[in-house]
Design a protein around this ligand. Structure first.
Ligand code: SF4
Ligand code: SF4
Length: 277
């Protein structure tokens, strides 16, 4: 097989297996259409990257992100945010939001790290078109990252309270919370990007999903490695990384190692082709 097609075909194969397994297990054709759509888009985007087309990742972000937020979230009224995940979990309903979290954010990152953040997140897709692609200063604001864990706990407690109070029309309320939550995420994401001159400031300091993403992605099978003696330590990879990862260090506990979103900017910018995934 053409070597440019190996990874895209492999990714499509993984999604095909997920699609068939869930369709048969849950007896619902939706999962076949949903995962084949996501798998096809991802494979096309990765193929575009492999052949050096710089718009491949943005294409994937917008086609998957808009599908999730508009079709699943707004049209089908499924709360796909963290609040929805907790809500459906408390209800004991194993449906789209819970499956989505299990695959993309809780267990999947052991295989593909924070691929979700780089290719499918509908907050990230907007943040990535802001003007501060790489932060000027790769040092984080001390302790600000703790906010994401506090937001995670607040969302958990908030949904738990609503659930146990048995609030009337809770399904509809969860839909409103989904819309408001997204608007707040976009507002905080855009304002913090401009204040800190860093497109991904929201991901580094505020996003509560990272509470799930970071521990699993520590063990990620897919990760950027410096595999070559040719590395001249020019730091171009670090300077072009939106997430401040030190990819000159191959250890799993490298600086900001669990922040890598697999955008592959480091690989594209390496003049000696020393980085590999
Ligand atoms: S950190 Fe959060 S907001 Fe950023 S891309 Fe990942 S899930 Fe989206
Ligand atoms: S530039 Fe490289 S290390 Fe940084 S987030 Fe992208 S893929 Fe990961």
């Amino acid at each position: 097989m053409n070597k440019n097609l190996r990874v895209p075909v492999g990714i499509f194969g993984i999604f095909l297996i997920i699609a068939i397994t869930l369709t048969y297990t849950l007896n619902n054709l939706f999962y076949l259409v949903n995962f084949l759509y996501i798998g096809s888009i991802l494979s096309i985007g990765i193929y575009l990257f492999v052949i050096n087309n710089k718009y491949g990742r943005h294409l994937v972000q917008f086609t998957i992100g808009l599908y999730m937020v508009i079709f699943l979230g707004i049209i089908l009224q499924e709360n796909m945010q963290l609040s929805g995940f907790f809500y459906y979990l408390f209800l004991g309903v194993f449906q789209a939001a819970v499956i989505h979290y299990a695959i993309a954010k809780i267990f999947g990152p052991v295989l593909f790290g924070r691929g979700w953040c780089g290719y499918a997140c509908w907050t990230g897709m907007v943040l990535d078109i802001l003007p501060f692609k790489t932060p000027k200063n790769h040092e984080r604001v001390k302790n600000l990252g703790l906010l994401r864990y506090m937001i995670f706990i607040l969302i958990f407690i908030g949904v738990l309270i609503l659930f146990y109070l048995n609030v009337p029309n809770l399904d509809y309320l969860m839909f409103i919370i989904f819309i408001l939550g997204n608007l707040i995420y976009y507002a905080v994401g855009i304002v913090s990007a401009y204040i800190l001159k860093d497109n991904r400031a929201f991901c580094k300091y505020f996003c509560p999903i990272t509470t799930f993403l970071k521990p699993a992605s520590y063990f990620s099978l897919l990760r950027v490695k410096n595999t070559s003696e040719k590395c001249i330590k020019c730091n171009k990879c670090i300077n072009n990384c939106p997430m401040d990862v030190d990819m000159l260090d191959n250890r799993r506990k490298r600086k900001n190692g669990t922040e890598c979103i697999l955008c592959l900017e480091c690989i594209s910018n390496c003049p000696t082709k020393s980085l590999k995934i």
